[in-house]
Design a protein around this ligand. Structure first.
Ligand SMILES: Nc1ncnc2c1ncn2[C@@H]1O[C@H](COP(=O)(O)OP(=O)(O)OP(=O)(O)O)[C@@H](O)[C@H]1O
Length: 254
């Protein structure tokens, strides 16, 4: 079956003064996939994401979201997307349920806050304040809030930075569940293990250009077909496997 394009980016350029951060990139995101923008610090991932999210002006190029041109329909695009709010938006006096109600009100949506918290394993924290949560819980809450306006697409900028291995794996599973329930997910990351596990397709961005774009498997196969071999013998497990084996898969933060 032909996959439907939900985001189309063509020849996107972003200049900050004399510096060109994004140098004419083009890519499509298909409906219902996890699409990753991978790259080192400063590659232009966040800039690209923020332009599609209507949060940053582009210099040139075309962005289309669900058939809507970004130049003509930014407000309509905002209705279709879910973005992670800055933590400064989490009023310190409110608990998680109250925050969800507040955000729902901003979007003019009635939200079942408890159900949303349950989906992200946070039901026990409903009456807690954001600042009392662990790092993993904060990230889970932040991702939960992207779903409040029932968006078609959510954008997650480095969602697992700073989390321990259990919390990262837990978050990967939750992100896949969000996709499986029908939401397209666009993430940025510079963790290749994360991209390999989580992304259906990914674009590797370097110095403002896309230098490769495919499924993780296809990218690896292309490298191997070109004669690449790892110098070291591949071990059957790595140090993270040892860590998870010894400390268990369960989240520790509760
Ligand atoms: N407001 C700005 N003014 C000037 N330069 C900027 C601005 N925002 C970003 N840049 C520069 O543009 C380049 C791309 O930044 P961007 O944040 O998009 O990269 P990134 O790939 O998301 O990196 P990171 O992983 O570090 O977040 C960097 O060199 C950055 O210094």
């Amino acid at each position: 079956m032909e996959k439907r394009k939900i985001i189309e980016v063509r020849d996107l350029v972003k200049k900050y003064g004399d510096f060109t951060a994004v140098k004419g990139i083009s890519f499509d995101v298909y409906e219902n996939e996890v699409f990753g923008l991978l790259g080192p610090n400063g590659a232009g991932k966040s800039t690209t994401l923020e332009i599609i999210e209507t949060l940053r002006e582009k210099t040139s190029g075309t962005v289309t979201v669900n058939g809507l041109n970004l130049d003509d329909n930014p407000e309509a695009i905002k209705q279709l997307i879910g973005v992670q709010l800055q933590t400064s938006g989490y009023y310190p006096g409110l608990n998680l349920l109250e925050l969800i109600d507040l955000f729902g009100g901003l979007y003019n949506r009635k939200v079942d806050g408890m159900e949303l918290l349950k989906q992200f394993n946070l039901e026990d924290k409903a009456k807690e304040k954001y600042k009392s949560l662990s790092g993993g819980q904060k990230q889970r809450f932040s991702i939960a809030t992207t779903l409040i306006n029932r968006p078609r697409i959510i954008f997650l900028d480095e969602p697992t930075t700073g989390l321990d291995p259990q919390a990262r794996r837990n978050l990967w599973t939750l992100i896949q569940q969000v996709r499986d329930q029908g939401t397209t997910v666009v993430i940025t990351t510079h963790y290749m293990d994360e991209a390999e596990f989580l992304c259906d397709r990914c674009a590797i961005v370097d110095s403002g250009k896309i230098i490769a774009l495919d499924t993780p498997d296809a990218l690896i196969d292309q490298l191997v077909a070109g004669g690449f071999e790892r110098k070291k013998e591949v071990k059957l497990a790595n140090l993270e496997d040892v860590f998870i084996h010894l400390t268990g898969k369960d989240l520790r933060e509760e």
